[in-house]
Write a protein that binds this ligand. Sequence first.
Ligand SMILES: Nc1ncnc2c1ncn2[C@@H]1O[C@H](COP(=O)(O)OP(=O)(O)OP(=O)(O)O)[C@@H](O)[C@H]1O
Ligand SMILES: [Mg+2]
Length: 154
Amino acid sequence: MILLSDESDTARLARLLARRLPQGSVVLLSGPMGAGKTTLVRHLARALGFAGRVTSPTYTLMHTYPTAGGPLLHADVYRLPDPGALWDLGLEDALADARLSLIEWGTPEAFAADAQVALEPAGETARTLRLTALTPKLEPVLAEIERELRARPD
Ligand SMILES: Nc1ncnc2c1ncn2[C@@H]1O[C@H](COP(=O)(O)OP(=O)(O)OP(=O)(O)O)[C@@H](O)[C@H]1O
Ligand SMILES: [Mg+2]
């Protein structure tokens, strides 16, 4: 568990994820409303070079943003009664082409993701962070990101 003391730490996490996550990684973002899931996506989009606006895909379910390494995909199915609807939207094809896919969703077992990023509010601007590898190849990657986050500065 790592403490992010304010949004600048979340931005730093985003830069490390952008630098270290392999092409095509699928990452679940979990945590309660206002934890900072969409905010992390916004910083990741910046870190990957997308300069435009990043908004929550709550009603559209899925947004993609162009980056040099391929599309950044952002889906939010947290409060969707039937997450299967994402497949109807062509999620699988989109995942295959993406530089990185970020899915606001709480249940790792329901989905073949590579990693989970869990954020929990711990005050006005503080958030606790848990990084979990869901595939062995990401274990060393996430361990390195944790090490870098603890070491500061980047
Ligand atoms: N350390 C932090 N990291 C991320 N966001 C933070 C932090 N501190 C404060 N915030 C603020 O908390 C809010 C997080 O909102 P955000 O929409 O990202 O949450 P969310 O987890 O996506 O919620 P939802 O479940 O409603 O989609 C933003 O207003 C952001 O500026
Ligand atoms: Mg959100």
